[in-house]
Design a protein around this ligand. Structure first.
Ligand SMILES: [Zn+2]
Length: 205
C-alpha cells in the first residue's frame, strides 16, 4: 500500500538534502511549485511521467519514492542501474560526436588536397616546376595526414564487432589502416575466434 503522506515527507526531506526549494525543484521538472507542495503534504502522488526525473534529481529509486524511505533491497542497485544507463547514453553520444568529427577531418583533408593540387598544377605550368612540385608534395602530405587523423579517431571510438562470435574489440591502428572497408565496416580478423569477417563499428556498449 502506498502511503502518500510518507512519500510526501520523504520527497520533502530529500529535496532539503539536495539544498533545493520547492520552487527550484518545480522549475527543474517544468511544473508549478504548488504541485510540489501538494506531493509533500501527501495530498497526491507525482504523475507517473515525472517519477523518474524526480527520482534522478532527489538521488533515489522509484521504489524508494513509493515506499517513502531508503530501501536496502534493490534501492541502491536501481540507482546504480540508472547511472549505468545514463553513462552508457553519454558515452554513445560522445562516440557519435567523434565519428562526426572524423568525417569532417577527412572531408577537409580531401578539399585541401584538391585545392592545393590545382594550385600546384597552375604554379608548375605558369611559373616554376620546382615550386609547383613542392606544393604538390604538400598536398599529398596533407591528404595523408588527414586520413591518418580520421582513421585514428575511427579506430579508438567505440568497438568493431566480429560477425561470427560478436566479440567487440578495439584493433590496432595499423590493422584498421590496411583493412578493406565499406564506410566504417571493415574486413578484419577477429582476435577472439580468429575468423575473418566484415566487422561493424559499434558505438554503444
Ligand atoms: Zn569472432
Amino acid at each position: 500500500m502506498i502511503d502518500q503522506a510518507r512519500t510526501g515527507a520523504f520527497i520533502s526531506a530529500r529535496r532539503k538534502d539536495k539544498g533545493l526549494t520547492q520552487v527550484q525543484l518545480a522549475e527543474r521538472l517544468g511544473i508549478t511549485d504548488r504541485a510540489v507542495s501538494k506531493w509533500e503534504r501527501g495530498l497526491c502522488l507525482p504523475d507517473a511521467s515525472l517519477m523518474i526525473p524526480l527520482c534522478q534529481i532527489l538521488g533515489i529509486s522509484v521504489n524508494e519514492l513509493l515506499l517513502g524511505q531508503y530501501s536496502e533491497d534493490g534501492g541502491s542497485q536501481r540507482r546504480s542501474d540508472e547511472l549505468i544507463v545514463e553513462l552508457r547514453g553519454r558515452e554513445e553520444e560522445t562516440n557519435r560526436r567523434l565519428m562526426r568529427i572524423e568525417k569532417t577531418v577527412g572531408a577537409l583533408a580531401v578539399v585541401a588536397f584538391l585545392a592545393l593540387l590545382l594550385i600546384a598544377v597552375f604554379v608548375a605550368s605558369a611559373f616554376s616546376t620546382a615550386i609547383g612540385t613542392v606544393i604538390g608534395i604538400a598536398a599529398f602530405a596533407i591528404l595523408l595526414g588527414g586520413v591518418i587523423q580520421a582513421l585514428a579517431i575511427e579506430t579508438y571510438t567505440g568497438w568493431y564487432e566480429c560477425a561470427y562470435c560478436h566479440k567487440r574489440y578495439v584493433p590496432g591502428f595499423s590493422r584498421v589502416f590496411i583493412a578493406p572497408h565499406i564506410g566504417t565496416t571493415r574486413y578484419m580478423k577477429c582476435p577472439s575466434c580468429g575468423r575473418r569477417s566484415w566487422q561493424k563499428k559499434v558505438l554503444a556498449d
